[in-house]
Write a protein that binds this ligand. Structure first.
Ligand code: 13P
Length: 331
């Protein structure tokens, strides 16, 4: 049998560039079934497979979404569902000019010997799952490591960095761009310096592990937190957050990385958009910066929808306005 090398497929670097360039960002709608169910229930919407599907359909079919959104991340359940018109979600996204992505970690557990730190799970069987997602059209994947300022140690950074690197290398082997997400949580009352220190440790160790695993940095997107005081501490200005974040990223993130897409961490939409705008304004950045926000884009839309079909258009408008606000921060 002869195999023909396809030359028409985008390279990992092409895809990573498309995800993070040109004033567009990534919509994170990949809450696990458990998290999504509890978010629906908080809004008084009984959770079901159909309710979760209807909500994700509302998001992806919002008119004008692709003007500021280059990619969308879903969990396994959504990735395998169909829109009400019968099209699979990944196909519908591509037809709308939006790259479909899949969260492939399976959540966290306590890291044995880690003094309360968490380890992200999901490496077992990951190769087979990636092959299946690639076949079903996934352009990129996401794996989230989670650190708390109070419990991060070199050991927990190494254990999670190693898992991130194995996931990233395996994703690239399957032609899928890995989003590498070492998140330092902003819950707590720590100050900016503590966030900077924890973020530096998480990022420097992760890039060390990525190098050991020979991951092609031009084919990844980094998804970090903003360096910011804890949500229960006095807030810093957007300019201060941007300067602190830039300081940490310049020290730890190699210039070869294709792009940096920030998470919102439960902070208000205007706050994270302003921090992104300030960061984007700073000169001499080797990597493009963009957003990969979840709650900052969708929370208000979910509330406005409330599970009622009559509110779909209003909810979609809120989503698109939030995405536009984030997109304008990087133009
Ligand atoms: P938030 O923006 O709500 O923090 O979520 C982004 C995300 O995907 C976390 O993994």
């Amino acid at each position: 049998m002869t195999t023909t090398l396809r030359t028409d497929l985008p390279t990992l670097a092409d895809t990573a560039r498309r995800m993070a360039h040109a004033g567009r960002g990534i919509l994170a709608a990949d809450e696990s079934i458990k998290t999504m169910s509890s978010r629906l229930e908080q809004e008084g919407i009984p959770s079901s497979e159909k309710a979760r599907r209807d909500y994700r359909e509302l998001l992806i079919t919002a008119d004008g979404l692709s003007d500021s959104v280059s990619g969308v991340i879903w969990c396994d359940e959504t990735f395998a569902q169909d829109l009400s018109d019968g099209r699979p979600f990944p196909q519908a996204a591509r037809e709308l000019g939006i790259l479909p992505g899949i969260k492939v970690d399976t959540g966290t557990s306590k890291l044995p010997g880690g003094g309360g730190a968490l380890i992200t799970e999901g490496l077992d069987g990951l190769g087979d799952r990636l092959a299946s997602y690639a076949e079903r059209g996934a352009a990129f994947a996401k794996w989230r490591a989670v650190f708390d300022v109070a419990t991060i140690t070199l050991y927990s950074a190494r254990a999670n960095g190693h898992a991130l690197a194995r996931y990233a290398a395996l994703s690239q082997q399957h032609g899928i761009v890995p989003i590498v997400e070492p998140e330092v949580l902003c819950t707590g009352d720590h100050n900016l310096g503590a966030s900077a220190q924890a973020s530096s440790l998480a990022l420097s160790v992760a890039f060390d592990e990525l190098a050991q695993a020979d991951v092609d940095l031009s084919g990844i997107v980094l998804k970090p937190n903003f360096v910011t005081p804890g949500l229960d501490a006095p807030a810093a200005t957007a300019r201060t957050v941007a300067a602190a974040t830039f300081g940490v990223l310049s020290d730890t993130v190699p210039p070869a990385v294709a792009g940096i897409a920030f998470l919102s961490g439960g902070q208000p939409t205007s706050h994270v958009c302003e921090a992104l705008r300030e960061l984007h304004r700073l000169g001499d950045r080797p990597w493009p910066v963009t957003f990969s926000f979840g709650r900052a884009l969708v929370s208000d839309a979910l509330s406005a929808w409330g599970g009622d079909a009559r509110n779909v258009a209003t909810a979609q408008q809120i989503l698109v306005d939030n995405c536009r606000q984030a997109g304008q921060a990087i133009r």
